[in-house]
Design a protein around this ligand. Structure first.
Ligand code: 5GP
Ligand code: ZN
Length: 114
């Protein structure tokens, strides 16, 4: 999608610190990290949010989870643990409308919301 910032990152029109890439998924460092490791994992295909998932495209969620596991291993947060978070829509505070999962770790992450 032409006006989507994450599509521009995927197409290398905007620079980013890429930590993982395969045929379907890319991951890059969040520009405003909240923990020592804060990576955004995105599908290369533009999907706006969980609301746009369908029977046809939902397989990308398995790809994202498998990428998260590999990235957690590569970045040294696998053993002690990590969070994988998605914000969907207004009340969750989603600000970029290209599906993404925050992979966060590298410190004790404190209180859980749920
Ligand atoms: P959301 O609030 O939608 O769940 O998360 C969007 C995330 O994208 C935020 O954590 C924000 O820091 C990150 N972000 C926004 N613009 C850019 C950018 O241009 N480059 C990178 N690497 N991260 C971005
Ligand atoms: Zn996009």
């Amino acid at each position: 999608m032409s006006n989507c910032i994450f599509c521009k990152i995927i197409n290398k029109e905007i620079p980013s610190a890429v930590v993982y890439e395969d045929e379907k998924v890319m991951a890059f460092k969040d520009i405003n990290p909240v923990a020592p490791v804060h990576v955004l994992i995105v599908p290369k295909m533009h999907i706006g949010s969980i609301k746009e998932l369908t029977e046809e495209n939902a397989g990308i969620l398995a790809d994202i989870h498998l990428a998260a596991k590999k990235i957690a291993q590569e970045l040294g947060i696998y053993e002690k643990g990590f969070r994988l978070i998605n914000n969907c829509g207004e009340d969750a505070g989603q600000t970029v409308f290209h599906l993404h999962y925050h992979l966060i770790g590298g410190k004790s992450l404190g209180a859980k919301i749920i």
